[in-house]
Design a protein around this ligand. Structure first.
Ligand code: AHM
Ligand code: MG
Length: 335
């Protein structure tokens, strides 16, 4: 029997295809990823019309980190929470927008072995000015028994325990990138059919890149080792002897996505005012550390591997250095 060859493979088809290699898999993780993709399409529609409707601006509330919450953050949070709560592949969630974990208490959800953590709309300070923003998520196997409601313990696991992690970029095109231990794959949303289509199979990050990304405004607040490395970036480039190029959008998803594809290093170091930096370990650092490591890169907090940090609270922050292996090694020699 001849097989029909198709040019595009959608996210749904891809996750189902992956199942064929594991006849004993339950399909739960694939289902969860498809749920996330579905919610992302709804968020994408709202992000795209952010300039048109009265959804822009502060919602008037302040989130658990003490920052202004934009209406779209809440919309996005509700979409991801809703799709997982009504689905059958997730037992509970934690979100950057919520104080506490949400345990899904119905029998079907309690019977799931996975929990999901997400930053529903990262870089939301950029919404008003039409700059790329994104969603970041990670999936863990719960440690409490299947069948009971999840507890905080299920969420406070070191990043190396992640089963999958991913992100969506709402940019010049909308992409969903996710990784499991088997590899990282990128899907671009084809608006004409409303499907994420495999566009970046088996992503590997270059060993070296030409880009460094950091908030230069904080330069004098960084530790001496970090300053030394930034200085090095401005002076030398391993390949051609010239300086590296500085690129910093202020939307982590877009900055790290670009560096993943092109090669580079992204840094959000601690400052004298905020020694732990700004980024959250569970919602931002861990998922990207997982993806970058699977793609061949590295991620540390300047002292230890991000994925080895034992979290003690849901919303804890961590300095982050992440990117191409060769550039991370250069950095480490300065720290
Ligand atoms: P957010 O979760 O409140 O959107 O903040 C996280 C964002 C990251 O996307 C980005 O890398 C960083 O904040 C930029 O911060 P800064 O303006 O301090 O450089
Ligand atoms: Mg964020």
């Amino acid at each position: 029997m001849s097989t029909i060859k198709r040019q595009v493979m959608t996210l749904d088809e891809f996750t189902i295809q992956q199942l064929r290699d594991f006849p004993h898999a339950t399909g739960e993780l694939s289902g969860l990823l498809r749920d996330m993709g579905r919610a992302a399409k709804r968020v994408n529609v709202e992000v795209n019309k952010a300039g048109l409707v009265d959804i822009l601006g502060d919602a008037g509330a302040v989130n658990v980190q003490g920052e202004d919450v934009k209406k779209l953050d809440i919309f996005a949070n509700n979409q991801f929470q809703g799709v997982l709560q009504h689905g059958i592949s997730c037992a509970g969630i934690a979100s950057e927008e919520l104080d506490d974990i949400v345990a899904f208490e119905d029998n079907v959800s309690c019977g799931s072995k996975y929990i999901c953590m997400f930053d529903p709309l990262d870089g939301s300070g950029n919404i008003d000015v039409n700059v790329s923003i994104g969603t970041i998520f990670s999936v863990y196997r719960r440690v409490t028994p299947v069948g009971s409601p999840v507890t905080l313990e299920d969420f406070l696991q070191p990043g190396r325990k992640q089963v999958a992690a991913g992100y969506m970029v709402y940019g010049s095109s909308t992409m969903l990138v996710y990784g499991t231990r088997r590899g990282v794959n990128g899907f671009t949303l084809d608006p004409s059919i409303g499907e994420f289509c495999l566009s970046h199979p088996n992503i590997k990050t270059p060993e070296f890149g030409n880009i460094y990304s950091v908030n230069h405004g904080n330069f004098f607040q960084y530790a001496t080792g970090v300053q030394k490395y930034i200085d090095l970036c401005q002076r030398k480039n391993k390949d051609n002897g010239g300086p590296y190029t500085q690129r910093y959008i202020g939307s982590m998803v877009a900055d790290v996505h670009r560096n993943l594809i092109k090669g580079g290093i992204f840094m959000y170091p601690g400052t004298t005012a905020k020694p732990k930096g700004k980024l959250r370990l569970l919602y931002e650092c861990n998922p990207f550390a997982f993806i970058l490591e699977v793609a061949g890169g590295k991620a540390t907090n300047g002292i230890e591997r991000i994925l080895d940090i034992q979290p003690t609270e849901l919303h804890q922050r961590s300095p982050l250095f992440i990117g191409s292996r060769g550039m991370m090694e250069e950095l480490e020699s300065c720290l």
